[in-house]
Design a protein around this ligand. Structure first.
Ligand code: SF4
Length: 418
């Protein structure tokens, strides 16, 4: 087995996991391009070169998009050869050119799931010792040591990750079990079992493979679109997306833009934003959005529709859960969670830079000056938002009346002075 010395990792892993640092060197080695020459090749030349060298590349990339557009976040082409490695930078570029966040999130989910699947296969075959996982983390700049003889409270913890590294890899995980308080933490280290580190690696891969939409500027993008293979793929993506309209119609929203009705509270806007950008929601977020919709005069159909852009959308399950929440049949309709509960689930976004709202932060102000805190997103937030908008509307009418009065007076003065 050929080992890439610098990271002490088998070459096979670089072919399988193109998100590893230095994978591009393995690719350039295969293409017989020296390290000195690597720096002088432009992105455009590289993409043209890859399509020329690897005949199968075009079809594999198309297959990748066919899969993710149909919500199949898996590779159905080989994943341990150099073409798999060559696919990765080209996929990143195509998604950046398309600017489509749903495709970007589907790509990260696919690579993250693939990483977990492959590592569990190795585990089952006992192919890679824990030391290899340590070396993968080291390749990614994450400090995680292995000591097979560490036991805490009778449990074997072969992995020890330092605190900053743990924060870096676990920060996006919403599940409470990853909070420090629920972990064995001692002398700046978090003690972990193999299953934990595989899940942490999966989440880190999700972060690492997210396309950088800013790397492709307008000029580079139009040059890319002149490469026949790229045009061909982009055309096919547009056609495929047109046949899955429901999932993609919301991708026209740009990053940072708030969406949803003007009466929706921050917590709900933030969940909607994530779901339309193809991110999977936690169980509590799903319930929160479903309860909110069902308690604000939306139909079961409209509620099921929200989840269509989720990568793990399953019509049957989503419909069953929504009907259950709506109390169809014998059940009772569930009320919306109150703010206390949403805060305890870390769903409240009262202070969020994109979605936060003064009403949630400071409470609503009654006419007599009394401050009333917002306690329920589907009841008092909407009520007070309406009051706020009505007040704004009325003050605008008064402003307009005053300014039209002023212009009338000026007009009259002008006429009088003639
Ligand atoms: S205060 Fe309530 S309504 Fe406002 S963002 Fe937080 S949970 Fe949502």
């Amino acid at each position: 087995m050929e080992i890439i010395q610098k990271y002490n990792l088998p070459k096979q892993l670089f072919l399988q996991f193109p998100w590893l640092n230095e994978s591009s060197k393995v690719l350039f080695d295969d293409l017989n391009i020296s390290e000195e020459k690597m720096g002088s090749i432009s992105l455009i030349e590289m993409v043209q070169f890859l399509f020329k060298e690897y005949d199968e590349l075009l079809e594999r990339i198309k297959q990748f998009f066919r899969n993710i557009i149909q919500s199949k976040e898996e590779f159905s082409t080989p994943t341990g050869d150099v073409i798999h490695l060559a696919m990765y930078p080209v996929l990143q570029i195509i998604i950046s050119v398309s600017g489509n966040r749903i495709l970007g999130n589907a790509l990260t989910n696919t690579y993250a799931k693939h990483c977990q699947l492959e590592l569990s296969k190795y585990n089952a075959k006992k192919d890679f010792p824990n030391k290899i996982l340590q070396n993968i983390f080291s390749n990614l700049g994450i400090s995680c040591t292995v000591d097979e003889h560490i036991f805490k409270n009778g449990i074997k913890y072969p992995f020890q990750m330092d605190f900053p590294s743990y924060l870096r890899v676990s920060t996006k995980i919403r599940n409470d079990s990853w909070k420090l308080i629920n972990r064995y933490f001692e002398s700046g280290k978090i003690y972990l079992i193999r299953h934990d580190v595989v899940l942490l690696l999966r989440e880190f891969v999700r972060q690492k493979t997210l396309p950088d939409y800013r790397q492709i500027n307008k000029e580079l993008s139009s040059q890319m679109e002149k490469i026949p293979e790229i045009t061909d793929i982009l055309d096919e993506i547009s056609k495929m997306m047109a046949t899955h309209k429901k999932r993609f119609e919301s991708s026209i929203f740009s990053e940072g833009e708030t969406i949803g009705s003007e009466l929706f509270p921050p917590c709900i806007k933030a969940i909607l934003y994530r779901v339309i950008h193809g991110e999977n929601l936690s169980h509590n977020e799903r319930l929160a959005i479903a309860f909110f919709y069902l308690n604000t005069n939306h139909s079961v159909e409209e509620t099921v529709d929200i989840f269509r852009t989720s990568p793990d959308f399953d019509e049957k399950i989503a419909r069953y859960q929504t009907e259950f929440a709506a109390g169809s049949g014998k059940g009772k309709k569930y009320s919306m969670y109150n703010c206390v509960k949403l805060k305890s689930y870390h769903i409240c976004r009262d202070d969020d830079p994109n979605f936060g709202d003064k009403l949630c932060r400071d409470g609503a102000k009654k006419r007599n000056g009394e401050i009333v805190p917002i306690q329920n997103p589907a009841k008092d937030f909407i009520f007070w938002k309406k009051v706020e908008l009505n007040r704004l509307h009325r003050s605008q009418i008064v402003d307009q009346l005053e300014s039209s009065d002023e212009s009338e007076i000026t007009k009259k003065k002008e006429e009088d002075s003639k």
